[in-house]
Design a protein around this ligand. Structure first.
Ligand SMILES: [Zn+2]
Length: 309
């Protein structure tokens, strides 16, 4: 099996708990994922709502150093990729391809130079907000929140200039449409499900999904139990229902995996990287063609990154 996962918070957990990436009790460890033939993993540095301005910069730097140290400690297994050629090379060398993202525009501290600095650090995707308000936009948790701020418009322009991928997961609906209307490149939702399947404001409406599809972006299925249908026993089935609906919307080349490991609570059957083989089998058993399952697990994301990075 090959897996390309668009979102996890594992580095944040390693940093906060002081544990390593190779062996730990988290949902992702390098050892647990060893059975995966080719594994590409986007590691997000998650910006908490508590940190803004200089505190956000310092927090980013702490997380980033933790990421670099973990990559260095495990360089026989993982390689840090900032281009699609790096990803292809990692795969050829049987290494895990690690791609770096930031979850929360607070990491910019309201300065465009800070965005460029993050790009120079190797960050290739940014989720514009987390749940709260930041300098870039308002997250979907804030009732009656505004969309993209004037600085946020500058940020999305510069992200397109730099070729940094815009991630709309966590944005509210106003912000989503402002991104769609004010950008030209493909943008993505790294870890968001369907609002038709589970009516939660963090999930995408059918219209939003189609906009991402038409822009040639991708959408990662999220395994957080609150974003799946209310069956806590069977997360695989909830993931399947989201996948099926997205396929019905013409999402064959759009749906991917964005598990949200180590950032959310999950049903037992989806609770870690070691469960992904069983999910793959579940999708096949439910009648999804093998070529489509491969697309969801790997090919759609690989094709996207090969095209844009
Ligand atoms: Zn998130």
């Amino acid at each position: 099996m090959r897996l390309f996962d668009l979102h996890c918070d594992t580095i944040t957990e390693c940093y906060l708990r002081g544990c390593g990436l190779k062996n730990n009790d988290l949902s992702i460890s390098l050892e647990k994922g060893k059975y995966i033939k080719n594994w590409c993993q986007v590691f997000a540095l998650w910006m908490k709502n508590e940190y803004r301005c200089q505190a956000a910069c310092d927090y980013f730097d702490g997380l980033y150093n933790c990421f670099l140290q973990e990559i260095d400690k495990n360089k026989n297994m993982v390689s840090f990729c900032t281009t699609s050629d790096d990803i292809k090379k990692a795969i050829e060398n049987n290494k895990i391809a690690a791609i770096l993202s930031v979850e929360g525009g607070a990491a910019t501290a309201g300065k465009i130079e800070r965005l460029r600095y993050m790009y120079d650090c190797g960050v290739r995707l940014m989720t514009l907000t987390w749940n709260g308000q930041c300098e870039v936009a308002c997250g979907s948790d804030i009732e009656g929140g505004q969309g993209i701020t004037p600085f946020g418009f500058e940020v999305i322009r510069e992200m397109e200039n730099l070729n940094m991928i815009i991630d709309v997961s966590h944005l509210n609906d106003i912000g989503f449409y402002e991104v769609a209307e004010n950008t030209t490149k493909p943008f993505i939702a790294t870890h968001s499900n369907s609002r038709t399947i589970k009516n939660h404001y963090r999930n995408l409406t059918d219209d939003q999904f189609k906009i991402i599809r038409d822009r040639k972006g991708i959408v990662g299925l999220n395994f957080y139990d609150a974003f799946l249908p209310d069956n806590r026993e069977n997360g695989c089935d909830g993931a399947f229902r989201n996948l099926y609906h997205f396929l019905e919307l013409g999402g064959e080349d759009v749906v991917a995996i964005g598990a949200d490991f180590d950032g959310a609570t999950m049903c037992d059957d989806l609770s870690g990287i070691d469960k992904m083989g069983a999910l793959y089998e579940h999708f096949l058993r439910m009648g999804i063609s093998e070529s489509n399952v491969k697309k969801v697990f790997f090919d759609n994301s690989m094709e996207f990154f090969a095209r844009v990075l």
